[in-house]
Design a protein around this ligand. Structure first.
Ligand SMILES: Cc1cc2nc3c(=O)[nH]c(=O)nc-3n(C[C@H](O)[C@H](O)[C@H](O)COP(=O)(O)OP(=O)(O)OC[C@H]3O[C@@H](n4cnc5c(N)ncnc54)[C@H](O)[C@@H]3O)c2cc1C
Length: 323
């Protein structure tokens, strides 16, 4: 079910909510249980190992929640407790502020003052789970070159969700473009004090580590019957463990932007290599649709494009070109 209908309809998202994990992403003063970043990062690794689609959906939900929680808007105290209980799923559409359509030189989504509120016009090119969510947290360019963030119910007049894009993998993420024509947001979150959304953060790296773990499990299971694969299985397991330790340490102690990008580059390389090694180990059987290796290879390619800052994309391209 998760492969097409997504974790909302398959029950995977409800299972995450029932386990109490969602509340961990929300600070205690806003109705959550306020897990540390190291704890949420470890959780994302283990969820991604089991289902990358569910981990992606959770990451986008957490990004929306983080923007709401860091807002000066007192309305966040009403918004966050139901989100902590897993009610009214939310998602995020902010890539146009960081990585998407930046070369076009004009904002994809514009917010203008209208009466005593705001009006949104334009497009969010990528919104995971748009047709499964009750609201979208988005950011738009304002007059004077600023940015403001908003919570927009998906039932708002003037908001149109396109059918989910046909993707190479992660179809269950139900990722769609969303257009806005004079949409009045339900909540104005203002500008986040920390300078707005980041790309290539530790949670994206955590998902790559979890996905690499899933591929390593395929290699390990093949190695159980084929001693020739033992060394490869052992080497990948050690590399994954070392990278996971670096990610968890960074989540605990903090990390500067250049080192954070380096971690994401290393994780991207690892997830691609482990996936291809799992396919090599599984041989032709792994190339047949439905085999875990076939899915893992497709899913590993996601990390080449998702939340990938230019510095990370440049380093990955140099690695691929052998420069
Ligand atoms: C499955 C999936 C789910 C996602 N979910 C979300 C989500 O929930 N929320 C969210 O905010 N984001 C999401 N994203 C967006 C993601 O994080 C990136 O922002 C996105 O992948 C960037 O790709 P783009 O095609 O929009 O980039 P663009 O930069 O817009 O590139 C598009 C095209 O423009 C051309 N181009 C690019 N740069 C230049 C240039 N400098 N000069 C000339 N031409 C150029 C190229 O031909 C390129 O193919 C998701 C992405 C994927 C793949």
């Amino acid at each position: 079910m998760t492969t097409v209908d997504g974790p909302w309809r398959s029950g995977a998202f409800a299972a995450v909510a029932d386990s109490g994990v969602l509340a961990g992403f929300i600070p205690q003063e806003c109705g959550g249980t306020g897990l540390t970043e190291a704890e949420t990062t470890a959780l994302l690794v283990s969820i991604a190992e089991r289902c990358l689609t569910t981990a992606l959906v959770l990451t986008q939900w957490a990004a929306a929640v983080r923007i709401i929680a860091s807002s000066p808007d007192p309305g966040k105290h009403e918004l966050l407790p139901p989100l902590a209980r897993g009610e009214s799923p939310t998602t995020v559409g902010i890539s146009h502020l960081t990585t998407s359509r930046r070369h076009l030189g004009r904002p994809a989504l514009v917010a203008t003052r209208s009466g005593d509120g705001w009006s949104l016009d334009g497009e969010c090119p990528w919104v995971t789970g748009a047709d499964a969510a009750s609201s979208i947290v988005t950011g738009a360019a304002t007059e004077g070159g600023g940015q403001a963030f908003f919570v927009v119910p998906t039932t708002s007049a003037g908001l149109t969700i396109a059918p989910p894009l046909k993707l190479l993998a992660l179809a269950g993420s139900r990722t769609s473009p969303v257009t806005f024509r004079g949409v009045r947001p339900a909540h104005v979150l203002g500008s986040p004090p920390d300078g707005g959304p980041r790309t290539g953060g530790l949670s994206t790296t955590a998902l790559a580590v979890g996905a690499a773990r899933a591929s390593a499990a395929v290699i390990a299971s093949e190695a159980a019957a084929r001693p020739g694969l033992t060394t490869v299985a052992r080497e990948f397991a050690a590399e994954i463990e070392a990278l996971e330790s670096r990610v968890l340490l960074a989540a605990r102690d903090g990390i500067d932007p250049a080192a954070r990008d380096r971690l994401r580059v290393d994780a991207t390389s690892l997830v691609l290599r482990t996936a291809q090694a799992s396919l090599t180990a599984a041989k032709g059987a792994g190339f047949v649709a439905g085999h875990p290796a076939e899915r893992l290879v497709r899913e590993s390619l996601f990390f080449l494009v998702w939340s990938c800052p230019q510095a990370v994309a440049d380093a990955v391209l140099c690695d691929l070109a052998g420069v």
